[in-house]
Write a new protein. Structure first.
Length: 274
């Protein structure tokens, strides 16, 4: 396979992943990182990128893509009145700080640790979607500002290290605290931007001058992959949002459950196979 053909398949695959990420971002209120990160790690490994930085680059680039994707998705949900200003005020400041700290601290984590974080959390998210562990743990908590802020900080940190918009964690948290599914999905799509911007900036700083990072990268953010993913993600996020508002709350929960189970199973198999 010559270089031109190799590049065509590589960036074609990334563009398709961007389309899928955009639809999922709008449909489920997630940033699409749960799709983009696994795709990028596979493609980067095949292209010969240094194994020590593959996941860091994938996570950082995913966060960068979530900035326009989340914005597009959030605007679509806002037009339908599904973004809660109250929740944004409670969650956003704490998510911003926690996400930035995660991006900065990522430079101290090895590739193995980053993979374990992503894999374990993907499994927990999938399990939680079948067995409402989080709801049982949180049902005794009050719907207070302190509960929301603490949840926001924890979700912001973990999501930034995974390269996701946080919807997989914030949607069940909000619903456990009494919010409707549609409101949780819409608000989490907006919150994804408050995770992605500071998180990506943190990864830019922590990846500055690191050996093995590919050309045309700013810190850990790899611009060629960013561009290939972003176009499809931006264009198709409103499509997912439109579909979401045509589904009932029950069906939206089922879609979220099925999607997370698929992702969780894939991550388990990947972890086992090494």
């Amino acid at each position: 396979m010559d270089l031109l053909t190799s590049l065509f398949f590589e960036y074609g695959a990334l563009a398709l992943a961007g389309v899928a990420a955009g639809i999922i971002a709008g449909l489920l209120g997630v940033g699409g990182g749960i799709v983009m990160v696994p795709v990028m790690t596979t493609i980067f490994a095949a292209s010969g990128m240094d194994e020590a930085v593959i996941l860091h680059v994938a996570v950082a680039t995913s966060l960068a893509v979530i900035v326009p994707t989340g914005t597009s998705s959030a605007l679509a949900h806002h037009r339908k009145g599904a973004v809660s200003g109250e929740l944004l005020k409670l969650w956003a400041p704490f998510m911003v700080v926690a996400s930035f700290l995660a991006g900065i601290s990522a430079g101290f984590y090895s590739s193995l640790v980053m993979r374990l974080i992503f894999g374990i959390m993907a499994i927990l998210i999938a399990v939680n979607s079948v067995v409402p562990i989080q709801k049982k743990l949180m049902e005794h908590l009050s719907d207070s500002a302190r509960t929301h802020r603490t949840s926001a900080a924890i979700i912001g940190y973990i999501s930034s290290l995974m390269g996701i918009g946080g919807g997989s964690l914030s949607v069940p948290t909000m619903t456990a605290l009494g919010r409707t599914v549609h409101q949780a999905v819409g608000t989490s799509s907006a919150l994804g931007v408050f995770i992605a911007v500071p998180g990506a900036l943190g990864f830019v700083l922590s990846g500055w001058g690191v050996a093995g990072v590919p050309d045309y990268a700013l810190g850990y953010v790899y611009f060629p992959a960013f561009l290939a993913l972003a176009v499809g993600a931006i264009l198709f996020a409103p499509v997912g949002a439109a579909i979401a508002h045509r589904l009932s709350g029950v069906w939206l929960k089922r879609v979220l459950t099925i999607y997370l189970l698929i992702v969780g199973t894939r991550m388990i198999l990947k972890a086992i196979s090494g």
